[in-house]
Write a protein that binds this ligand. Sequence first.
Ligand code: PLP
Length: 702
Amino acid sequence: MTSTRLGGLDDFRVPAALLVIAIHTGPLLSMSPATNYLLTDILARLAVPFFFAVSGWFLLPRVQQQGMAALLPFLKKILILYSISACLYYPVKIYNHTFSWTSLPRELIFDGPFYHLWYFPALLLGTLLVCLSLRYLGRRGTAVLCAALYLFGLLGDSYYGLAQAIPPLYRLYEALFQCFDYTRNGLFFAPLFLLLGDRAGRNPPRHGPQRCWIGFGLGLAALIAEGLAVKHFNLARFDAFYLALPPCLYALLQGLRTLELPPRPGLRAWSGAVYILHPLCILLVRGFAKGFGQTALLVDQSLVHYAAVVGLSALLALPFALLRRRRPTSARSRAWIELDARALRHNLALLRERLPAGCTLMAVVKANAYGHGAVEIARLCAAEGVDAFAVATVQEGEQLRRAGIRGTILVLGYSGPELVPLLARCRLTQTVVSAEHAQLLDGCGRRLQVHLKLDTGMHRLGIPWNDAASLASIYACRNLKVIGTFTHLARAGQRTLEGEHATEEQLACFRTATERLRCAGFDPGALHVQSSYGLLNYPELTCAYVRLGIALYGSLSAPDDHTRLSLPLRPVLALRARVVQVHTLQPGETAGYDGDFIAVRPCHVAVLAIGYADGWPRCLSHGVGQVLLHSRPVPVAGLICMDQMLVDVTEVPNVRPGDIATLIGRDGDAELTAARVARDAGTIANELLSRLGSRVERILLP
Ligand SMILES: *Cc1c(COP(=O)(O)O)cnc(C)c1O
């Protein structure tokens, strides 16, 4: 899944790689050692933590969501890169007579064999440590642990002067330095930055780009001040750790995110190659300079030396960037869903504007967010400040928690007692649908927060609104804490006199029931009744929540629905499929199963790589449904298959394999709404969308 436009992170790899080379070459050394210190020993210290943070950003959410198994491909990749580097540089060490068997284990685990190659073992050890800690200590415990390890590392590094003043501490560090050369390693240095990346990825900036960059500027100023102070007081044993480094890096990550740039996998590969190859380039440049008697220029002139190393590294890394760029991406090769993040934000803003004061929007993300992708939609909503969600099942709620969604998650459906441990562990709010249900939940002995569901006339789930004895029995349950009460309107979408009358009656029953609860001394908690049509047709109701599903996704259930409140909502989802083949048929030839499509004239049929297994209803076969090609509607030809379907493109010139068909959404001036397609299929948009298949990749457009 390509998430929001995080290309800023890719772009910053270039300056970060240049800074790493600067650390190892000292570009300003021959001109001004003080300025060089500022550059390589203070500013450039951002570079390696940046790479750790980016790893944490992408890896840790996956591990927390999918378990430790998700760590294996990452570890494998880093091990391979580490092995390549070791094979590259151990021969150099042997040649230089700096190789020793006794230091091999500490090198491989902590210090790295050459220059900055400590990065790879630190990444391996750091990710293992953070992942295990997240699993056993939780997020807060891990944050405390990583911060403590960092502080300990700090005292053995830039602030070693302080540790030396305390004899027992000094002895402890000296003992540890028998095991590794620096505290800058996978135990003390990497974990905090990995976790910082995870946090930055999870929490989009609360403020605009300006504030982020001002924060970064302030962070840099603090970093410089700290670096100069450390030097002034001569505290450092080595200078990798600074107190200002983590906050400064965090602001940088947030700033880069606000740039919203497209991703650049080529740069990712390039910077990785520069990282591994530049020590080799340093050796080559020095060797060349020696061989050709150019040492005075190519080595002693530090800036020329730096430029030569950068140029050579960039050149040698170029093939990796090109290789990576050429690699085709799997997305969009067959059928895919595009999610328009802007449309969702627009709908959220529009709907929230219409809510009465004190009323909170509860985003209904059941059934994989109506086929849109529950995690993606919940994350986008959370980034906009939504803190109440509704799902149908406990497992759906668990999925959201694993993805880091906070706030209230209300399970709307029935959950049996066997699910109570999971409900409690994930801090989900359960709907209580009857007195018996309450007893079963209560009997599990775990504290649960619940909402009461009242049946006010729909006769689906709920406690009969006038059943005072049942309601009182639920309040007597020791383990259940009622924090909300709601009902569901059966006919909020019907604007007939009969429908409106029935709705008024349901509302009256709900009001009476909640008033009676209060009179009996029971607190019904937060009240809510409206779903999308409830809000759009009864906007004047004042509740604690509205539970919005279909409207949030920018659709109506049916194309001709007219609601009292008519909002310019925008569809969030588009469904597209690739044309994979085009056939020309002569009159009398047939196409598809059962020869269902018969050419009555010479015609062209295009094969689309999408079928009913992807959620495209089979009842749209033989011309009942249509799709858009080159911004024009074309009819479905013959019977829709499981994985493919045919469309008759005779009227549209030049349809070729690789063209993109739009099945739901806009193509130029033409649009097929979900509600329209659903009507053709004899259903409503809610069903059509929620049945879109898991095989269809979801792509988030920023
Ligand atoms: C699905 C559901 C909703 C959301 O309905 P929309 O019409 O899609 O807004 C609200 N409340 C309950 C109880 C639901 O089951």
